[in-house]
Design a protein around this ligand. Sequence first.
Ligand code: GUN
Length: 300
Amino acid sequence: MSAKIIDGKAFAARIRGRVTEHVANLKAGHGITPGLAVVLVGEDPASQVYVRSKGRHTVEAGMNSYEHRLPADTSEAELLALLDRLNADPAVHGILVQLPLPDHMNESSVINAIRPEKDVDGFHILNVGRLATGQKAMVPCTPLGCLMMLRDLHGELSGREAVVIGRSNIVGKPMAQLLLGDSCTVTIAHSRTRDLPAVVRRADIVVAAVGRPQMVRGEWIRPGATVIDVGINRIPAPERGSGKTRLVGDVDFEGVAGVAGAITPVPGGVGPMTIACLLANTLTACCRIHGLAEPEGLTV
Ligand code: GUN
């Protein structure tokens, strides 16, 4: 069997197109322009790339982008003071603090200082609780993107066996909640799971979010299963020349594509969906804050 390759790049472009259209309607009909504030503390090179890309896509969708770059030695009190200002700013509908934060800051205190309605990452404890109890929440972007791709591929997910590998707060746990919300039978597997291959072999849907390059093997996959690869790992690629590297997921793509029914590639799978969902969340936050109807199909 040769798996269908899920084109996350094309799907994300469709989502961004719908967001752009809604943003134009909001502006024309209500004179409102959604605004996203992104806060970066320090100079982590990967975070700088992400933040630049988020800003560019925000502007391309017709929204306002506010970037706040703070030095690595910024105190937590200074960061909290900035968040207070952004919470109160009516032009800002979404606030994202890029993680990881420097070691001297308490991540939970910072995240929980964001107004939950503006928490476009969905990491605030109130949004985590709302998602877990089936209430209207801001939903973390990466799992939301994965769910959108699964719904697009399968339509109804009810009754399917889903195995999420990884138990992070950013991906694994919210992914499991979303799949449960769609009435899947959900297992969360992790580094201590006994006989992981046997657990994964039960799944109709596998979501790999462990951060271990190419860990999930073809032999683990039930023939015809759908495999969503959230991993982004840089590994040496001597075949491309000395010192060269390449990006791979948490899934051994070649081996798994021979068994699975559908698979997301890395790059070009889940990655582009994360930013598309960030834009969708900013639009959703803006509509909720202004008491306007939310766009269909851009959140759960
Ligand atoms: N760092 C890595 N992934 C994320 C994310 O989804 N949101 C934020 N704020 N920081 C991150």
